[in-house]
Design a protein around this ligand. Structure first.
Ligand code: PHE
Length: 335
């Protein structure tokens, strides 16, 4: 009798895939490797084969035996290791495998929350470019040519001329206030906007300084806006953001683009010792209105600028600004 080993292999593959448990494995073993199994039949038949066919059939039979033994042994091990559980068993009481879910960065969360509060009060959100002109960043904001903040040490200048001002250059905005100029050039009052974004200053990096940080600018312009509107707005915002217990004070200050100007300090404790500066603000300077082409004396406005990192640090008692930018998961997942 001659054997068709191709047919045998096809049948074998089908039988192997039908092996699902110990019982079917045993019948598989008996069928192929058993005392009167297929392999034995092949060996038995060899006695009657013509001598020139013997080595060929013998070789095929040996290869077959080897692969059968490997399959049976391997499958036995696999079935034994999962023996205690019926196949397809699902235990709903086992704890699940939790996937870690990402979330927004604390700075993004803080900016969104601040913008939301102002949005609820009727402000809309605008963003301006990080690459600005010297005109928008300084000149239109009534910052004189000799003002120290124009110095290269306080501003990153770019190797590109300012198209709006002769002899001036482009720069990375050093505050979000140029956003005020862009808004007023584009829209007529009444307007109420907040402008969140990144700002850049060539500061040496330490626990409280970074060459890049985030600000949110606010601008409200209409007829008859008063300093009391500014105080009321800031007070409402701070109470919403930090809670009704927050204490605050307006301390006179100077900014070239607002007059009068103030800095706002907050404190959680009674007593004057730990006031923390949180933002700058004031009434829009008439020269700023002039720079954007608003008619003389028609409008008044209020403006403020707050540091997002500083606010997040105060609220969450974070003592080093560098944590925000290192993207260490141990820091990020706390918030
Ligand atoms: N631009 C100021 C700063 O960066 C903050 C500010 C904005 C002050 C608007 C007054 C009005 O310090």
């Amino acid at each position: 009798m001659s054997w068709n080993f191709d047919d045998i292999k096809t049948q074998l593959t089908a039988d192997q895939s039908a092996v699902a448990d110990a019982k079917s494995l045993e019948s598989f073993r008996v069928k192929y490797l058993g005392r009167s199994g297929l392999l034995q039949q092949i060996y038995d038949s060899m006695k009657t084969l013509p001598p020139d066919e013997k080595p060929l059939v013998g070789k095929e039979a040996n290869v077959l035996r080897q692969s059968l033994e490997i399959f049976v042994n391997d499958r036995k091990k696999v079935l034994e290791s999962s023996d205690s559980k019926p196949s397809g068993f699902f235990d709903p009481t086992m704890p699940g495998v939790a996937f870690s879910v990402g979330h927004q960065h604390l700075l993004t969360q803080t900016m969104d929350e601040i913008c939301d509060i102002f949005q609820q009060m009727g402000f809309s959100i605008h963003e301006g470019p990080e690459k600005e002109t010297e005109f928008n960043n300084f000149t239109a904001l009534n910052i004189p040519d000799n003002h120290p903040s124009r110095d290269g040490f306080d501003t990153f200048y770019l190797d590109e001329p300012d198209p709006k001002q002769k002899g001036a250059r482009c720069l990375l905005r050093s505050h979000t206030s140029p956003g005020q100029i862009r808004i007023m050039q584009q829209f007529k009052p009444p307007l109420a906007v907040v402008i969140p974004g990144k700002v850049y200053r060539p500061d040496a990096v330490d626990a409280s300084h970074s060459f890049m940080f985030h600000q949110i600018e606010g601008l409200l312009v209409d007829k008859d806006i008063k300093f009391s509107d500014l105080k009321g707005l800031i007070e409402t915002f701070l109470k919403k953001f930090f809670g009704p217990e927050i204490r605050m004070r307006f301390r006179p200050h100077y900014f070239p683009f607002t007059e009068p100007s103030a800095e706002v300090d907050i404190s959680w404790q009674e007593g004057k010792k730990d006031w923390l500066e949180i933002m700058g603000c004031g009434m829009v300077h008439p020269n700023v209105f002039k720079a954007v082409g608003y008619p003389d004396g028609k409008y008044t406005g209020l403006a403020f600028g707050l540091g997002v990192e500083r606010i997040a640090m105060l609220r969450h008692r974070i003592n080093d600004i560098r944590y925000f930018y290192q993207n260490d998961v141990r820091f990020l997942e706390q918030f």
